[in-house]
Write a protein that binds this ligand. Sequence first.
Ligand code: NAD
Length: 313
Amino acid sequence: LQEGNIVIVGSGLIGRSWAMVFASGGFRVKLYDIVQEQVSTALEDIRKQMEELKKSEMLRGALSMEDQMALISGCTDLKYALHGAQYIQECVPENLDLKRKIFSELDLYVDDSTIISSSTSCLSPTSMFTGLQHVKNCIVAHPVNPPYYVPLVELVPHPQTEMATVERTYNLMKKVGQSPVKLMKEMDGFVLNRLQYAVISEAWRLVQDGVISPRDVDLVMSEGLGMRYAFLGPLETAHLNAEGFKSYCERYGEGIKRVLATFGPVPDFEGEVAEKIDQALWEDVRDKADQLKAGREYRNTCLSHLAKLKKEM
Ligand code: NAD
């Protein structure tokens, strides 16, 4: 068992996943939410997810399912939840006013050693943490959905975040089996979404210009680039495709610049192209909910197998 409690604020999709990740690492987890019913549903859902994981032998960590489940408790009393907390992971809806309200409340109750971390996907640390008494202990730890299978966590500091906060968060993430990366400074979209948006933007343009169908552009990723990217990043891929990265730039730099110059302006993400892509992605528009459910299950199964494979490599 690890020392110090982890507090999850907000027991939705991401809060539940974080609770399971920390419990798999042997931490005691308090799952806090404003509504009792929400907490009960979350605990039931976590048990169900863990049972599934156990059945498919995908449960993470060295502890048994029952031991992991016993580490997670729910509560609706914030002050009680924060007692003995070493690390808080905020997971409330993506709304700046709500997040600021919660951080100013946490600021009142925590002591100097507690880390306050946000799961935000796109709010900046400056907009959320500026003015807090414990700003040096505040950080963004942005997970990728679902964090149980996709280990990346982007750590983004506020300009006043202490180095020790970054290091402690980094070490905690490593301890529970996540893969943290450190951003040296704030950047809109952090890094994962900036890379993702570059890809979405070009996919949009290729469909718009009639170069390729939406289904085929997805295959280019899943059957092509994605095969490498699950193991090697774009920079190392380039490095290995020549005699090192510098040699890659010498060989291919001119060609890359020529192609990049044809990328054009930022797409508007509405209208005919949006309609065309949307239509292509539904198999049958009559049962959208079923398709989304099946698609997400497929995604999770694929990701869990990939996670297992990556561990074995
Ligand atoms: P969600 O809507 O599933 O869950 C939010 C939870 O917060 C709900 O259980 C709600 O009851 C609770 N809540 C609302 N107000 C509260 C309050 N005042 N105090 C305590 N709890 C409160 O949302 P989610 O998808 O889990 O997203 C949570 C955060 O994680 C967001 O900031 C989001 O940007 C980020 N995130 C989401 C994803 C994703 O794919 N869903 C990925 C990475 C990061």
